[in-house]
Design a protein around this ligand. Sequence first.
Ligand SMILES: Nc1nc2c(ncn2[C@@H]2O[C@H](COP(=O)(O)OP(=O)(O)OP(=O)(O)O)[C@@H](O)[C@H]2O)c(=O)[nH]1
Ligand SMILES: [Mg+2]
Length: 376
Amino acid sequence: MIQPPDTTVPHVVQPNFHVGFDSITKQIEKRLLKRGFQFNIMVVGQSGLGKTTLVNSLFASHLAATSGRVNPKEKLISTPKIKVVSHTIEENGVHLKINIIDTPGYGDQINNEGCWDPIHKYIKEQHVLYLLQELNAQRKPHISDTRVHCVLFFIQPNGHGLKPIDITVLKKLSEIANVVPVIAKSDSMTIAEREVFKIILQKEFAYYQLCLYPNNLEDYDEEEHHVNARIRQIIPFAIVGSEKLINVDGKQIRGRKTRCGIIDIEDEAHCEFPHLRNFLISTRLQDLIETTALIHYEKFRFSRLIALKENSSSQSGSNTNGSSTASQHQKQHRQLVTAGAAPMVSSINNGTLSKHLVQINNTIPAADTPHYPQGI
Ligand SMILES: Nc1nc2c(ncn2[C@@H]2O[C@H](COP(=O)(O)OP(=O)(O)OP(=O)(O)O)[C@@H](O)[C@H]2O)c(=O)[nH]1
Ligand SMILES: [Mg+2]
């Protein structure tokens, strides 16, 4: 058994002259700036709630077709299948590549059983893809990340609360991704109605024990817990989407023109769309990326590696000469890829999870040893 060297440092040493390691943050920054950042966001919700419109509103460009019609004869354009649109934003030398995953609306069939399956499957598949890259014998220096960092979940502005189908979908998705709920088409409610509806929804989230974003990690300090508590008071954001530019006193604004006036989606007094964009892009971007890796992907990785290990040990028991056959390799590969094949570990909290991971890392053979199935 290899023992790690004793590296406990008794006290902090102050060098007598400038050594130069304080430039490490600059070195990291330079490397990160060169590589750029990747953020993957998905919109999910029942049909016609304005998901595609929001995708287009978020980045002020027409990235996908919506069902917005000004004439009843026009064809209804619904999002037919999961569609990923990529966008690179550059600001002061920082490159952010955003993948927006638009999903078809669900809930308008007679039988809605399993209508969220393609969305659930898509998120899991991205975890599988990442794991396969990690386990590859010839790993790339930079693994391409298509894992969904944030799911924007659209809630119908009915004033009553969540529908049973919403509760089911929210439960399913929050187990595997960071879910941020939003009240869709909030221009259909008065400000007072909006506030009451928010409170109803927040109570329902707590009642149904929905583990929505932000999650609290064990190593968060008091300030971070405080910030998360504040975010939970604001969520769900009451948003309005529009891709139309309207001329108001010679100024172009993005909004919705109604008989009663104009709703400027960029105006905080009209809706919380600016808060949502600020939240996603300016304040919580890194946290959403980090928690996807630390909580959701780690949970997935843990369950898959455990399943793989159990499978290997049961096979080595039955295989007397210890060599793996091609069919066993295929079986292991399938086990990694098949969604739901491995036991979920949602009952394990983060502390015990990391302890388990240390144990697995010690007991599971190194990723690039030939023990792993070919082609992973
Ligand atoms: N009043 C109002 N209408 C909106 C809002 N956002 C979108 N719409 C309108 O709602 C209709 C449906 O919008 P989409 O963006 O296509 O909705 P979707 O959720 O992508 O629809 P599916 O792809 O069919 O699920 C369009 O007519 C939009 O113009 C909003 O915030 N308020
Ligand atoms: Mg759509």
